[in-house]
Design a protein around this ligand. Sequence first.
Ligand code: NAG
Ligand code: NAG
Length: 191
Amino acid sequence: MIFITPLLLFLPSCVSGTFVVNVTQTSYHAEENQNITLEWTFSTRRDTSLRSISIVCEMFTEIRRYLLFHLHQGVESPESQDPEFSGRVQWDKDVLTEGRLTLHVSRLRTSDSGFYVCDIFVIPDESNSRRCWLIVTAAAELQTQRPTESPQPERHRFIWIYVGLAVTLTLLSLSAAVFKPRLTKCLCRKR
Ligand SMILES: *[C@@H]1O[C@H](CO)[C@@H](O)[C@H](O)[C@H]1NC(C)=O
Ligand SMILES: *[C@@H]1O[C@H](CO)[C@@H](O)[C@H](O)[C@H]1NC(C)=O
């Protein structure tokens, strides 16, 4: 949280000049192992070419940040991508020059939850950025299995507590029966 708070103060919608970056959705919700498409739109001109576009997209969690997409003057540079997202991010080249950045993130993990910021720079305009949230929850089948599994070990534990108690009580009464006569015998002898 300490890490995110200063960023939240500086990143929001500071629209500088005429160059605008929007998100089509401010938050997304998905399940583990699903695929998702995150989308940003930005201002373009008639002559906007692929080579004039540079983009850096990062994912922020409470702990750290991950670079998931880097486009340098129209050329993707996968070497700067965080291994966490390796082979899981695809984009559409043909819609980019129309001002649409579509990032397809596949095989989602719960650790992909966080906010995603894309900084888009188009020559000769200024750059701008927007963020959206993604929440990835654990797969549904894992959640439904849990309630049916948990009561059983609980019941077994109680059975063993009762068995343990019964055994202890039996042993106690037996030992009392065995030792009591001896104790009285000893006391008698001393007298
Ligand atoms: C951004 O959003 C505003 C307000 O919804 C809209 O007027 C504008 O056309 C959008 N621009 C782009 C480039 O998506
Ligand atoms: C998710 O994306 C991967 C890789 O692009 C693809 O192989 C898979 O079929 C997709 N799964 C679904 C459910 O769309």
